[in-house]
Ligand binder design. Structure first.
Ligand code: AMP
Length: 417
């Protein structure tokens, strides 16, 4: 497998899968350019070597149809500004042969949204899964996906995948295209390398004690990762909305708190497994309850087992925060996914803030800390602490699947696994 740092791109055309799926406001202005900035080290390396760049990305979910609101032409200028040079634009990503051929060293070509073609995702459109003809349609679409990937590959000499956010998808541009390059001419970009390394630090190169903090709204969306972590961690903090499913399962009165009633057995099973595996499971014991799901709510501290009617648990209480801190500060490996409360409301940030502060303290003491998943990243950004942890992942679904122990198709396609 080639390594980007050792590769000389001089005179080569590189097609790079980037994640330029940036949020736009109603006027098409970029509201957060983190993803563009994230790709810059890779793009600059290629240009500084004297290579030329063909950039490909998706934006939003156009579902295989042209949708001008999701045109990548809207971000062309921002990309040009970030790279400090002109960016050409190919309005049809599957018919960019001429534009690619004409590209000179150090020039940049941006292809239109890959998902304007259903072949990118490779899912048959306009046919229901229950339809008897579905399997045939899927087979046909897979063939079309290969052709589409082959076309993209034909534009360039080298393929670089730097889009971690879509690495858990076997799409034409994220995985299939790699089949058309030999192993010396396909590689991960710098951002992908960093993400893969961060996951390895968590899953393979574990310095103990290892504390994982899983929060967010529901236990059901995190169960895969919780089960995989159970074999690896010393301490597992389960916080946020899922606290109340556990409290109810243990016979508590949880008032109006968020709860998955069909997951009560699952909660008891997680507690049993943690005991069997010797994992120190840390659940919140008290909470900051509110009588309205808003920032204007009145608040009171109460036991998670005894929340008054008309009130709901919206953040971790002071005793819980202390208990979380006690297993985070001495940790040497830390993973945080999902907030401890409704951090979007300033009144209910204390639990997430306590976790973030404890992680920073542990990191300052030499721990490796990885924060990932949309809302925990929003949390550390809100607290201005993103630079004080070891690594903030750009991946949501991809990060969770990697930590669940799944092989990411985007990485496997390059590493030949
Ligand atoms: P997730 O996408 O599952 O990581 O969940 C993130 C969301 O969980 C955030 O929007 C939080 O506001 C929400 N959340 C955290 N704690 C609670 C809670 N106690 N009640 C309701 N929502 C919560």
């Amino acid at each position: 497998m080639a390594k980007i740092n050792d590769f000389n791109f001089a005179g080569k055309k590189a097609i790079v899968r980037v994640d330029f799926n940036v949020p736009l406001d109603e006027n098409g202005n970029i509201t957060d350019d983190t993803r563009i900035r994230g790709a810059l080290p890779t793009l600059k390396k290629i240009l500084e070597d004297g290579g030329s760049l063909i950039l490909m990305s998706h934006m939003g979910k156009p579902k295989g149809k042209v949708n001008e609101k999701l045109s990548l032409s809207q971000i062309r200028e921002a990309v040009a500004k970030a790279l400090g040079r002109d960016v050409k634009f190919a309005p049809d990503c599957a018919n960019a042969h001429e534009a690619a051929k004409d590209l000179k060293p150090c020039e940049v070509l941006l292809l239109e949204n890959l998902r304007f073609y259903p072949e990118e995702e490779g899912k048959p459109v306009g046919i229901d899964k229950a339809d008897p003809a579905y399997d045939e349609a899927k087979k046909e679409m897979k063939e079309r996906q290969k052709e589409f990937a082959k076309t993209l590959a034909s534009y360039a000499d080298v393929y670089v995948n730097d889009a971690f956010g879509t690495a858990h998808r076997r799409h034409a541009s994220t995985a299939v295209v790699a089949d058309y390059f030999n192993e010396d001419s396909k590689m991960l970009g710098y951002l992908m390398e960093k993400e893969v390394q961060a996951v390895d630090n968590i899953l393979k190169d574990i310095k103990r004690p290892f504390t994982a903090i899983m929060g967010g709204s529901k236990v059901s969306t995190k169960i895969g990762i919780i089960e995989n972590l159970m074999d690896k961690v010393d301490n597992l903090i389960l916080c946020g909305g899922m606290t109340y499913t556990f409290a109810k399962a243990m016979g508590g009165n949880i008032g109006n708190s968020i709860c998955e009633n069909d997951k009560l057995d699952l909660a008891l099973d997680i507690m049993k497994k943690a005991k069997e595996k010797g994992v120190n499971l840390v659940l919140g014991t008290d909470c900051v309850a509110g009588n309205d799901f808003s920032n204007d709510s009145e608040t009171q501290i109460c036991s998670v087992m005894d929340i008054p009617e008309g009130w709901e648990g919206m953040d971790a209480g002071p005793a819980s925060r202390e208990a979380f801190k006690a297993v985070i500060v001495p940790a040497k490996t830390i993973l945080w996914n999902g907030p401890a409360g409704v951090f979007e409301f300033d009144k209910f940030t204390a639990g997430s803030r306590a976790i973030a502060d404890a992680i920073v303290e542990a990191t300052n003491n030499g721990a490796f800390s990885l924060v990932g998943g949309g809302d925990s990243v929003a949390c550390v950004n809100k607290f201005g602490l993103a630079d004080s942890v070891s690594y903030v992942s750009t991946g949501g679904g991809a990060l969770l699947e990697a930590i669940e122990g799944k092989t990411l198709p985007g990485v496997a396609a390059i590493e030949g696994k």
